[in-house]
Design a binder for this molecule. Structure first.
Ligand SMILES: Nc1nc2c(ncn2[C@@H]2O[C@H](COP(=O)(O)OP(=O)(O)OP(=O)(O)O)[C@@H](O)[C@H]2O)c(=O)[nH]1
Ligand SMILES: [Mg+2]
Ligand SMILES: [Zn+2]
Length: 353
């Protein structure tokens, strides 16, 4: 029998546990098995939040932060330490290509509902990196929200928000200062369910997480005075429950490669996709074809050339990566998380009616 009592369910639900997870868990039932959520992953070991507290468990195949697992307490024959017996199928997964660009993908976080894409106010040319992160977030199946951080350092906050919004169609764009607390309530409201903070080093992700948590749980680092870049203070992905849900703080991303993210890219560029629908030819390459709505919009300065180029660049990169991606990984992601995500999206639509 699965070891879940009503009181343990109330503890687990703070971490995001629900009836659907319980149904999935029953399929992997075993004596004394404890459900729990992965809060941190180290080499061969994971920290799992269970109703009996935080367990450190061995794990032959490392899951990702945010995965729901079933732990056999004290079952490892050699050491008697807990070990992970099963990883439940993912609803969503935030996945990037590995930094090396080899044919591997890395799951940044699993079972994510909201992705807070942080944009530090001091960074110039903010849109490009944000667009890339939005594509990654959309592809995961979660809902992205853009957060302009350190707004206390900015005079024209509303202008900066409006400018970002132009490159984030259909996405809520918020500004926040962890120093003054301005905008914090809005971010707390937007941080629904399991919420992951992503963005460059020094953006203030850990500072914002601490502000949302109401305690200094995560280490914060200075940025270099010369260029305002962070020093990669956070080195582990870490899941922390808070009053309003679950937060995942992540290390600043140096490079964010996209993998099998065509859908996510299109969602991050709905303005471009809609324009392309208006081209005369269905297979328009948006180059020199007559009746090309995209070129016309660029020439009329209705679609910024920069944004059009950014879209093309991400598409090319994704196609290139897809051609090199390990077929097994791609199949795994499509077969598991994506079908579930699609079913889930359909369910959301139903509920929204
Ligand atoms: N003025 C101001 N400074 C902030 C704010 N939020 C963060 N900072 C400062 O920005 C610096 C970087 O903050 P962190 O929270 O460590 O940034 P991070 O995104 O977690 O960085 P990594 O862990 O390296 O990825 C620190 O010096 C913070 O004090 C803010 O709202 N206003
Ligand atoms: Mg940090
Ligand atoms: Zn066209």
């Amino acid at each position: 029998m699965l070891s879940v009592s009503p009181s343990s369910i109330s503890t687990l639900s703070r971490y995001g546990w629900d009836d659907a997870w319980e149904q999935l868990a029953l399929a992997h039932d075993g004596p004394g098995r404890l459900p729990g959520r992965v809060a941190r992953v180290d080499r061969g070991r994971v920290d799992v939040l269970t109703d009996r507290g935080r367990l450190r468990a061995r794990c032959p195949v490392p899951p990702a932060v945010g995965d729901w697992v079933l732990v056999d307490p004290g079952s490892d024959p050699r050491s008697g330490t807990p070990s992970v017996a099963a990883v439940l199928p993912r609803r969503t997964a935030l996945v990037r290509a590995t930094v090396s660009g080899r044919s591997e993908a890395q799951v940044l976080a699993a079972n994510v509902d909201t992705v807070l894409v942080t944009v530090p106010c001091e960074s110039g040319g903010r849109a490009g990196r944000m667009e890339r992160l939005l594509a990654l977030a959309w592809e995961s199946g979660a809902t992205p929200v853009v957060v302009l951080t350190k707004s206390d350092r900015l005079e024209a906050v509303a202008d900066a928000v409006a400018e970002l919004a132009l490159s984030a169609p259909g996405v809520e764009v918020l500004a926040v200062s962890a120093v003054t607390g301005e905008g914090l309530d809005e971010v707390a409201t937007a941080a629904r369910g399991t919420t992951v903070l992503v963005g460059p080093s020094g953006a203030g992700k850990s500072t914002l997480a601490n502000a949302l948590l109401g305690e200094e749980a995560l280490a914060v680092g200075e940025v270099r005075a010369s260029d305002g870049k962070g020093r990669h203070t956070t080195v582990h992905r870490e899941l922390v429950p808070f009053e309003g849900g679950v937060l995942v703080d992540t290390p600043g991303l140096r490079a964010v490669g996209l993998v099998d993210a065509a859908e996510g890219i299109d969602k991050a560029f709905t303005d471009v996709v809609e324009l392309a629908d208006g081209c005369r030819f269905a297979d328009c390459a948006h180059d020199r074809e007559p009746g090309c709505a995209v070129r016309a919009a660029v020439e009329a300065h209705e679609l910024p050339e920069r944004r059009w180029e950014a879209y093309r660049k991400l598409q090319r990169e994704d196609e290139w990566a897809a051609a090199r991606t390990d077929a097994r990984l791609a199949a795994e992601r499509r077969g598991r998380s994506k079908t579930i995500t699609k079913a889930q999206r359909a369910a959301y639509r139903e509920r929204g009616r």
